[in-house]
Design a protein around this ligand. Structure first.
Ligand code: ZN
Length: 361
């Protein structure tokens, strides 16, 4: 996983939740235009109330209420199998960008996606190693379900691991291998389990499961974050510009550090800002499913793979639990994670995916 935003403040209320416009003190007494304005506003208020009443009587699938009213169809996510994927990935060893284990993981997931009915392609690119300057061959992996659908959802997770556990205090411990069970493997493991159910999903969307490379080929402070998601976003933007993209991403979800045994996912503020409707829908679905890991609170601002996607117009939410004591430490091991945590997130995301398409505006 990435890093905290420098301006992060978890204590602030959600945008718009507590701001009340103060009345202007500049004018004294009501002028004729003001009376007209007040009258017009009153009529508008009456009209809005009437519309709300009408909607109560005639419930239809509106984009802002579909998560509250639609039947929910979460996929039967298997927590034991999901946790087993996480262990299989960790068994490959440390998986930083450019390593052999990184390639082995990509091949393992590619074969799995294919077996589950996905159309798989790689998105290769090259970046410079931040220490040596030598080229590092990287690749995102994209598994597509319902490839003929032009309105698509992207669900991504980074699959590279931090080069070493740089948050260990003892210099000797910083030489230990970093396995990234939660920070790396958890998101990929859930994508693998979700893949098992996509062909049967009633989702109205095309779905792309994406493994991002180069999220954190960073040595302490040396290096650039989010290389894979930036490349993915760059290629999407280019294809849209040149009109070669025959599809549009209507939304995106990034899964990062979602395997913690004590999972708590607050609302990440950048996600609220750029993908507010998506966040509301996900938390509404979570509440209805009793997925208590989704906490209805503002969390810390996080810089992560969701930002490059939002930058190119894909409203994307980051599902992340940043309160993980083993973050960037050698102790980020499978025993700190649980299949139940993975499954909770998987049920919410799959149920959200299966919501009916919003009515056209
Ligand atoms: Zn990390």
């Amino acid at each position: 996983m990435a890093k905290l935003s420098p301006s992060s403040d978890a204590t602030q209320p959600l945008a718009g939740s507590s701001t009340v416009e103060k009345p202007s003190r500049r004018s004294s007494g009501l002028r004729p235009w003001a009376i007209l304005l007040v009258g017009t506003l009153s009529l508008t208020a009456v009209a809005i109330l009437a519309l709300a009443q009408d909607r109560k009587r005639n419930p239809t699938v509106k984009e802002d209420t579909r998560a509250q009213t639609a039947d929910l169809a979460p996929a039967p996510i298997d927590p034991v199998r999901a946790y087993d994927y996480l262990k299989q990935i960790c068994d490959l060893g440390p998986r930083p960008s450019g390593s052999e284990a990184n390639t082995r993981q990509r091949n393992l997931v590619a074969a799995h996606f294919q077996k589950a009915g996905g159309v798989v392609k790689e998105q290769p690119f090259v970046a410079a190693d931040p220490l040596s300057g030598q080229p590092v061959r990287m690749a995102n992996l994209i598994g597509s379900w319902f490839p003929e659908r032009t309105k698509r959802i992207v669900i991504g997770a980074h699959y590279d691991t931090r080069p070493f556990p740089d948050r260990e205090f003892d210099p000797q411990d910083r030489k230990l291998p970093f396995l990234g069970a939660n920070d790396g493997a958890s998101g990929v493991a859930l994508l693998m389990e979700m893949a098992n159910h996509l062909a049967q999903s009633t989702t109205p969307w095309g779905v792309d499961l994406v493994l991002f490379d180069g999220e954190e080929l960073v040595y302490d402070r040396e290096g650039e974050y989010f290389l894979g998601s930036k490349e993915f976003a760059r290629q999407y933007k280019q294809a849209r510009r040149s009109k070669t993209a025959a599809y549009t991403y209507v939304a995106g979800i990034v899964l990062d550090m979602i395997g913690d045994r004590n999972l708590e996912i607050p609302k990440e503020p950048h996600s609220v800002q750029f993908a507010g409707r998506l966040v509301r829908e996900l938390w509404t679905v979570a509440k209805r499913l009793g997925a208590k890991a989704f906490v209805d609170q503002r969390g810390p601002e996080v810089l992560d793979d969701h930002l490059p996607l939002n930058d190119v117009g894909i409203p994307t939410a980051d599902l992340i639990d940043f309160s993980y004591t083993h973050w960037h430490r050698a102790t980020d091991l499978p025993e700190q994670c649980s299949g139940e945590s993975l499954a909770q997130v998987g049920r919410v995301v799959s149920a959200w995916l299966a919501l009916p398409e919003p009515a056209a505006k």
